[in-house]
Design a protein around this ligand. Structure first.
Ligand code: GCU
Length: 414
């Protein structure tokens, strides 16, 4: 089949999907309050509709993160000023987070470009799936001390195994830094009855309610703790910290970015169901699938909407809208049908009116772009890459081009 035909079919798919969705008449409008009032000013968005949507996602989807006091201590565990032939410096920092006598350790791996004459570095922050040692073969990077899933065991076998997802040299050559941590340090990715990780740290026993936080919320909380640390690191540009995530960690990046405005760019890669994709389409993974296969990711209330997506008072375009007016980028892949690329793009289209209300262009298109043709028109960026569910150097190139545009133009250079 020629590429024109594929694109034509996809475009038709989007149009039909839009028609179906609006015909259903139950797609939540970002600019209409639950009580029917219309949201017509930036102030009404900031003070009423935005907080209302955030509360709905807490109550029905990701769960409520406990608002409890903690202390955070950072210790530099290792520093190598000359890696990658002296072009990059590496730093490993251990975060020790404490609450009522309990503690949680998160190990950060940080790469920064050299030769910036002391200027703070804009960075991309992303969690990894298998441990920091999977991002690069260097023996100085320790194996994780927290629980590791079967597909990354035994850990030593996976040293450097995911380096294609972390093109450190390319990132640093463009003047950016990379901050990563193992998501299992924050919360384990299996149903442990919410006993360990951030849940074990902050939850009181027998405290679980239908809107209590799941693992995605815990990982997002961890990203905010990493942000707490980055705000104290003088080598990092505190106004230019992006959060990025792939797959389940793409869902996490969107939720972290929606809640924590210190992330000045938010990037979701192949995030799919309960990430960027519109749930009401029921294409690829559905709420029933995700709640059955990953019962620990979301709150208990979310399960009420299995096969009843149209009753959910939110859909995922509203999650993207919560990031407005900050720049957000959504990336899909042509073969990643499970993540519903058309649904991910549609969410960008449906979030765009909020950007307009706040004075910016959203995604700036109504039709799915051709593969490998990124949309950089407004503050919602989008591309669909040829290929499978993955995070590649092509995706990184697009994210960095997007960051060049927004961090270069919208914030004063330091
Ligand atoms: C599964 C899951 C997805 C998720 C993905 C991942 O495929 O169904 O929702 O995004 O795992 O995180 O790798």
């Amino acid at each position: 089949m020629g590429s024109k035909k594929i694109v034509g079919l996809t475009l038709m798919g989007i149009l039909i999907a839009c028609a179906n969705i609006f015909a259903q008449g139950n797609m939540p409008d970002p600019l209409t309050m639950s009580d029917g009032r219309s949201v017509q000013t930036p102030t009404a968005w900031r003070t009423e509709r935005g907080p209302e949507i955030l509360e709905l996602f807490r109550k029905y989807v990701y769960g409520r993160t406990p608002d409890k006091p903690f202390t955070l201590k950072a210790t530099v565990a290792e520093k190598s000023p000359n890696v990658f032939e002296g072009k990059v410096s590496r730093k490993q920092v251990s975060l020790d987070i404490r609450h009522e006598g309990k503690n949680l350790a998160i190990d950060l791996l940080i790469y920064l470009p050299k030769g910036r004459e002391g200027k703070p570095v804009p960075v991309f922050t992303l969690l990894n799936f298998g441990g920091n040692h999977t991002t690069h073969p260097a023996p100085e990077i320790p194996l994780p001390k927290s629980h590791v899933r079967e597909n990354y065991s035994p850990p030593e076998k996976f040293r450097g195994a995911k380096s294609s997802r972390f093109p450190i040299e390319e990132i640093c050559a463009r003047g950016y830094g990379l901050v990563t941590a193992y998501y299992g340090d924050i919360d384990p990715d299996f149903h442990d009855g919410f006993a360990n990780g951030a849940h074990g740290l902050l939850d009181a026993q027998n405290e679980r309610r239908d809107d209590s936080w799941g693992a995605v919320s815990a990982w997002a909380w961890g990203l905010s703790r990493i942000m707490d640390y980055l705000q104290t690191d003088d080598e990092v540009d505190h106004d230019r910290i992006a959060v990025l995530g792939h797959s389940r960690l793409g869902k996490t990046a969107l939720w972290a970015g929606a809640q924590d405005e210190r992330f000045s760019i938010v990037i979701s890669n192949c995030s799919g169901c309960s990430g960027a994709a519109i749930s009401r389409r029921r294409k690829g993974e559905t709420l029933k699938d995700i709640n059955k296969n990953f019962p620990h990711w979301f709150c208990e209330n979310y399960k009420r909407f299995n096969d009843r997506e149209e009753e959910l008072p939110v859909d995922q375009h509203l999650l993207i809208a919560l990031i407005a007016p900050r720049p957000v980028y959504v990336a899909s892949a042509t073969l990643d049908k499970w993540a519903d690329p058309e649904g991910e793009f549609l969410a960008c289209v449906l979030a765009s009116p909020v950007y307009k209300l706040l004075g910016f262009d959203g995604v700036g298109a109504n039709a799915l772009p051709n593969p490998d043709t990124p949309l950089f028109k407004g503050r919602i960026g989008y591309h669909i890459r040829t290929g499978k569910h993955d995070l590649t150097s092509y995706d990184w190139k697009c994210f960095m081009d997007f960051a060049d545009i927004h961090w270069g133009a919208s914030l004063s250079r330091k």
